[in-house]
Structure formats: structure tokens, C-alpha cells
Design a protein. Structure first.
Length: 116
């Protein structure tokens, strides 16, 4: 969700939480919506729902988005276990958020182009 379309201001997130030794340096910080940041919490890994294996979460400073994710309309899909685990932990495809993205797509206000 682009920040200008969200009703709450985005937050600075520690990609690797301070409680896990993550520094407060630029390469460990990311801009996150309140919803995603709340669901991620201090998690650095999750279970891939397809394989059942524990995998690390997507790292927005080190991983390429297009290697792990793609859009199918308003639904975010994954190419990889990391993508699937990240989508699950962040609850990106919660039906309420998908409905909001569908509305924004219909208004041509949400560009889920697959970012590079």
C-alpha cells in the first residue's frame, strides 16, 4: 500500500530487530505500513506454507522483489519459499486489504506493477 493511500503514517522498521542484534543503521531499516510492521514484529523467519520448512523473511535491502513476488491483480503471490513465508507473516493477502487494493485498482489509484 503506498503511504499516501494509507490512513496511518508508515513506520521505520528494523528489518532484523534490535532484540536479535539488528543495528539502527540505514541498511537495517525499512519503511513499513503499520499493519505489516505490527504483524512482522521481531520475526526474522517463518514457516513456508508449501514446504513446512523454516525460512528467513524477505530482506528489502538485500533481496530483489521480483525474484520473490509478483502481482495477480490485487493479490500478491510468491515465486519462492521466502516470498510465501513473508506474505504469510505480514498477512499481505488479508481479505480486507485485498478488497481495498481491488477498489484502488478499479480507480486506477493502485499500481501493483511488479517493481524492479
Amino acid at each position: 500500500m503506498p503511504q499516501h493511500l494509507d490512513y496511518l503514517p508508515f513506520q521505520i522498521d528494523h528489518i532484523i530487530a534490535r532484540k536479535h542484534g539488528g543495528p539502527s543503521s540505514e541498511d537495517n531499516l525499512a519503511f513499513a505500513c503499520f499493519y505489516c510492521n505490527t504483524h512482522k514484529g521481531p520475526n526474522v523467519a517463518a514457516i513456508d506454507p508449501m514446504s513446512g520448512e523454516v525460512v528467513r523473511l524477505f530482506h528489502p535491502r538485500k533481496d530483489l522483489w521480483v525474484e520473490h513476488f509478483f502481482w495477480e491483480g490485487a493479490v500478491l503471490r510468491a515465486h519462492t519459499p521466502i516470498g510465501r513465508a513473508t506474505i504469510g507473516v505480514l498477512r499481505i493477502n488479508d481479505p480486507e486489504y485485498v478488497a481495498v487494493r481491488e477498489s484502488l485498482l478499479a480507480e486506477d489509484a493502485f499500481p501493483p506493477a511488479n517493481p524492479v
